[in-house]
Design a protein around this ligand. Structure first.
Ligand code: GLU
Length: 434
C-alpha cells in the first residue's frame, strides 16, 4: 500500500486482498453469496454488492504530548448507499485494518436493511491504542480524522457514530470540528451517539444492550421457554456486553460469567453486574483484579454449560475449533461478526439458535436513527418514547426474521440476510443503471 500524503485517497478495492481464510470480509461475503443465490440476483448485482462503494484512507499526522508527530492510518468505508446515506460507527483499536472495516461497513448495510431504517452501510476505523493516548492526543486525532473525512461525512451522505474504542466524547469533537468547517453552522445530524447536551438522544448509550436483551426475550417467548432459572455468559464488558449483562440480570436471567481483554470471571450464583460495572469504571475501564468470580479465560467462557451465550467482544470468536464444544442453546451476537462463516453449519447441526449480529445488535443504530430524526426536527423525545419506538422496531425485525426462517426452514442468520439483501437489491434496481 502506498503511503500517500494526501488526506483522503480513494483506493481500488482490489488492494484489499484476503489475509486469511476466516477474515471477517470473507465471512460476510460467504453469507451474502448464499443469500444472493437463493434470491437469484444477477451477476451485476452480486458484483456491486460484493464490493464497497468507496474506500477512503487518510494518514493523520498528530502532535503527541512528547513533542513528536505520529502518523495514524485511518479509514472510512461506504459499502452501500442504496437505501440511504452511509451509516456506521468509528472504531479505535490497534487491530483495525482495511478488510475488517470493509466487513463492518457491509454488515451495517445489512443491519440497517433488516431493521428497516433508511440508511446504507459504512464504517470507520483508526489504527491506534486509545487506552495509551492522552485526552489531548485523542482529541487532536479525532479532529484530524474529521478534517480528512469532511467531504465524506454529511447528514445526507454519511453519518458516523461510536463503535469499539469511541464514545459520546469523540462524537462531540466530531460535531464540533465538522460544524467549524461549515462556517460555524451547527450540524448535529452529521454524527450520532453525541452527548445529550450537544443533541444526543436519550436512551442511546443503553440502546445496543437493550436491543440484545429484547431479541433474547423474544426468542425465548417464541421457543416457549420461561426466563426463570436460565443462565447466561457474556463475552466482552464494553458498552454492549456490560449493558446486556445488566439488562439480562434485571430480567431474571442469571449472568454467571463475564469477561474483558484481561480475562473472564465465573460465579455460578451469578455475577453482581452493578458491582462489576462500578469496578470497571473505577479501574481504568478494566475488570483486571475484580473479585466477583473465579478466574477463567475468554476461551473457557465460550464453552461454559450455560443456556445463553452473548459474544459481545470481537470478530471471529466462535470458529470450527470451538463451536463443537459450545453448550449454550441460544446465542445472541452482541458483537459484529463474532462467528466465522465456517462455524455456522456446526452450530446449526447442533440445533443452537443463533440470533445474528445484524439483528441482535441493531438496537444501537436504531436509536442512532431516532437521534438523527430528532436533530433534523429540532424536537426531542423522552427516554420512554425512544425506548418504545426502538423496542417496537427491533421486535418487528425479529418477527420478520423468525417468520421467514420458520417458513423456509432456514437459520435466523440466513433469513436475516435474505430479508436484508432483498430490500437493498430492490432499492438498487430502482436507482437504475448509471
Ligand atoms: N457501531 C454500532 C454498530 O456497529 C452503531 C452504529 C451507529 O449507530 O451508526 O451497529
Amino acid at each position: 500500500m502506498s503511503r500517500k500524503k494526501e488526506e483522503a485517497v480513494v483506493v481500488e478495492p482490489k488492494m484489499a486482498e484476503p489475509t486469511n481464510h476466516s477474515d471477517p470480509y470473507t465471512s460476510m461475503l460467504s453469507r451474502f453469496y448464499a443469500a444472493a443465490e437463493r434470491l437469484n440476483l444477477s451477476p451485476d448485482e452480486i458484483e456491486i454488492l460484493s464490493k464497497p462503494a468507496e474506500i477512503h484512507i487518510a494518514y493523520l499526522p498528530v502532535a503527541m504530548d512528547d513533542g513528536r508527530v505520529r502518523v495514524f492510518e485511518s479509514y472510512r468505508i461506504i459499502h452501500s448507499r442504496a437505501l440511504g446515506p452511509g451509516k456506521g460507527g468509528i472504531r479505535y483499536a490497534p487491530e483495525v485494518n482495511m478488510r475488517e472495516v470493509m466487513a463492518l461497513a457491509a454488515w451495517m448495510t445489512w443491519k440497517c436493511a433488516v431493521v428497516n431504517i433508511p440508511y446504507g452501510g459504512a464504517k470507520g476505523g483508526i489504527t491506534c491504542e486509545p487506552k495509551r493516548m492522552s485526552l489531548g492526543e485523542l482529541e487532536r486525532l479525532t479532529r484530524a480524522y474529521t478534517r480528512a473525512m469532511a467531504q465524506v461525512f454529511g447528514p445526507d451522505k454519511d453519518i458516523p457514530a461510536p463503535d469499539m474504542g469511541t464514545s459520546a466524547r469523540e462524537m462531540a469533537w466530531i460535531v464540533d470540528e465538522y460544524s467549524r468547517l461549515n462556517q460555524g453552522n451547527y450540524i448535529p445530524a452529521v454524527v450520532t451517539g453525541k452527548p445529550l447536551e450537544l443533541g444526543g438522544s436519550r436512551g442511546r448509550v443503553e440502546a445496543t444492550g437493550r436491543g440484545v436483551t429484547m431479541v433474547i426475550l423474544q426468542a425465548l417467548q417464541r421457543m416457549g421457554k420461561r426466563v426463570e432459572g436460565l443462565t447466561a455468559a457474556v463475552q466482552g464488558f464494553g458498552n454492549v456486553g456490560s449493558i446486556t449483562a445488566r439488562y439480562l440480570s434485571q430480567n431474571g436471567i442469571r449472568v454467571v460469567a463475564i469477561s474483558d481483554k484481561s480475562g473472564g470471571f465465573y460465579n455460578e450464583n451469578g455475577i453482581l453486574i452493578h458491582q462489576a460495572i462500578q469496578y470497571r469504571d473505577s479501574h481504568g475501564g478494566s475488570l483486571e483484579g475484580f473479585k466477583g468470580g473465579e478466574r477463567i479465560t475468554n476461551a473457557e467462557l465460550l464453552t461454559l454449560p450455560v443456556d445463553i451465550l452473548v459474544p459481545a467482544a470481537l470478530e471471529d470468536q466462535i470458529t470450527p475449533a470451538n463451536a463443537p464444544q459450545i453448550k449454550a442453546w441460544l446465542i445472541a451476537e452482541g458483537a459484529n461478526g463474532p462467528t466465522t462463516a465456517e462455524a455456522d453449519p456446526i452450530l446449526n447441526d447442533k440445533g443452537i439458535m443463533v440470533i445474528p449480529d445484524i439483528l441482535a445488535n441493531a438496537g444501537g443504530v436504531i436509536v442512532s436513527y431516532y437521534e438523527w430524526v430528532q436533530n433534523r426536527r429540532g424536537h426531542y423525545y423522552s427516554e420512554s418514547e425512544v425506548q418504545e419506538r426502538a423496542d417496537n422496531t427491533i421486535k418487528q425485525a425479529f418477527d420478520d426474521v423468525f417468520t421467514r426462517a420458520a417458513a423456509q426452514k432456514i437459520s435466523l442468520r440466513e433469513a436475516a440476510y435474505l430479508i436484508a439483501v432483498e430490500r437493498v437489491v430492490r432499492a438498487l434496481r430502482m436507482h437504475g443503471k448509471y
